[in-house]
Design a binder for this molecule. Structure first.
Ligand code: AMP
Ligand code: ZN
Length: 459
């Protein structure tokens, strides 16, 4: 069966296939903004995209190019750097390292390219120059550059936002210096009181400032995947205005189709509202690991709801996930190792459910139906089939280490002192103690309301 996925643009479930003659499937996934811990809501989106990546790898072996960016300059990252009185790059480096540690714990495949916004300023400026030349953008009195949405008649096709709604939505931000409330910033003129030392030469080689948020994805896609990609994804909150704006910028710049297929996954909720960094109502992976849950159980629980439906997060769902994983481990052990056997068809319904619009709850259901219906036969072939199904879901059955290795008392003591220093906003002392912890061979991973110590990874 072919891989079918709902497309937010046509609102139809459509087959996925590469368009370019080289047969490469070009896949872009909007990545995290690195100014705070990624919460498990963010990870719901990244895990869903990871299953998609694994399915694409299965469908188009060796032909998938996956790019996921890091937003390391925008209002939020700059705001955090100012609040902590530290250089922007130090803040974003810190949160990027933690994001990567959580991605590894959650068994996310590493994208083929993980570009940063600050690493692609010339590419963004170049696109803005083109948009200015073509008359799709204009410079405002303060030197900022805005995209003129009336210059792109298809604006709103993805979100089907009506003009009236557009006005209401947009009056909340950026109303200054624009010709039209719907216009959005491509380049933000330097404001010393807000931007500190964050600035680059702008379009036309003048007007120092920094890129608007939306242009980074357009520019990084053009650079790493080309003018047309096969699939563009993100959480549902990115559909408008972020993705609508990406389409407008890219299509006006290149004159061709930007993304052939759009996919948006729904949010993770806590107590009926969206889990979000700004609301502060979130769990990080570290919070849940500190409560004794395994990252694999977190991954399982986040896959237990249909990706295009909201999912309410509960600790009960983690309990359920831990027991499901225990049962799967028992079953796998009973089959013995796979060796080099060809997979049997036992777990094919798992793959079929995923190919049918990424139906992860149906896939988990099919996994257990097959386990329950299993009759002794060719154990090695069944084990190979189980491993393949689990591989696409990204569920690693290796039992969680019996208690993480514990740090020596003096390292624990340093960690406590560093945490106190950080809470007291004495970041110089906190950094100094972190270096001592590192010298002792440990890394300290911070979360919202706690930390954990892990043996430092060897370089
Ligand atoms: P951010 O770091 O805020 O740029 O978000 C990273 C990704 O997480 C984006 O694709 C968002 O759409 C997604 N996201 C944000 N909040 C949630 C949530 N509560 N549930 C699922 N995905 C989310
Ligand atoms: Zn994006």
């Amino acid at each position: 069966m072919a891989l079918k996925l709902f497309d937010s643009l046509t609102r139809q479930t459509r087959e996925l296939a590469p368009a370019a003659p080289d047969g490469v499937f070009r896949f872009y996934n909007c990545g995290p903004t690195v100014y705070a811990p990624a919460h498990i809501g963010n990870f719901r989106t990244f895990i869903v995209n990871d299953v998609l990546r694994r399915l694409l790898d299965l469908e188009f072996p060796g032909k998938v190019k996956h790019v996921r960016n890091l937003t390391d300059v925008d209002d939020r990252t700059i705001g955090q750097a100012r609040a902590e009185r530290r250089p922007l790059a130090e803040i974003t480096r810190h949160w990027t390292a933690l994001f990567h540690a959580d991605c590894a714990a959650l068994n996310l495949l590493v994208p083929h390219v993980e570009p940063t916004a600050t690493g692609h300023i010339p590419e963004q400026v170049e696109m803005i120059d083109v948009l200015l030349q073509k008359g799709n953008a204009y410079r405002s009195a303060d030197g900022s550059v805005y995209f003129k949405i009336t210059s792109f008649p298809q604006y709103g096709a993805l979100s089907r936002i009506r003009e009236r709604e557009l006005k209401v939505t947009n009056t909340a931000f950026d109303a200054d210096h624009k010709d039209d409330v719907g216009d959005f910033a491509l380049w933000k003129a330097y404001k010393p009181e807000e931007d500190g030392d964050v600035r680059w030469p702008g379009p036309g080689g003048a007007f120092e400032g920094r890129p608007g948020w939306h242009i980074e994805c357009s520019a990084m896609i053009r650079r790493h995947l080309g003018e047309t990609i096969d699939l563009h994804t993100g959480g549902v909150d990115l559909l408008f205005p972020h993705h609508e704006n990406e389409i407008a910028q890219s299509e006006c710049c290149t004159g061709t189709t930007f993304a052939r297929h759009w996919y948006h996954s729904e949010h993770l909720l806590v107590d009926g509202t969206t889990m979000s960094k700004s609301k502060g109502n979130y769990y990080t992976l570290g919070d849940l690991v500190a409560k004794g849950y395994s990252p694999t159980a977190v991954r399982y629980a986040l896959l237990s709801g249909h990706p295009r439906k909201q999912l309410n997060f509960t600790l009960d769902s983690l309990h359920a996930a831990e027991s499901a994983l225990k049962a799967l481990r028992r079953f796998a052990q009973g089959l013995g190792p796979a060796g080099s056997a060809e997979p049997s068809a036992l777990f094919d319904p798992v793959i079929r459910a995923l190919e049918d619009d990424l139906n992860t709850p149906a896939a988990l259901g099919a996994l257990f139906s097959a386990v329950n219906a299993h009759a002794p036969g060719n154990a090695a072939a069944d084990r190979a089939a189980l491993d393949r199904a689990l591989g696409v879901l990204g569920l690693d059955l290796t039992p969680p280490a019996s208690g993480a290795p514990s740090a020596p008392a003096e390292v624990e003591d340093l960690a406590r002192r560093r945490w106190e220093a950080k809470k007291a906003r004495d970041f110089a002392a906190a950094d100094h103690i972190r270096a001592e912890i590192a010298a002792a061979g440990w890394s300290m991973l911070d979360s919202k309301d706690g930390y954990r110590l892990e043996p430092a990874k060897k370089a």
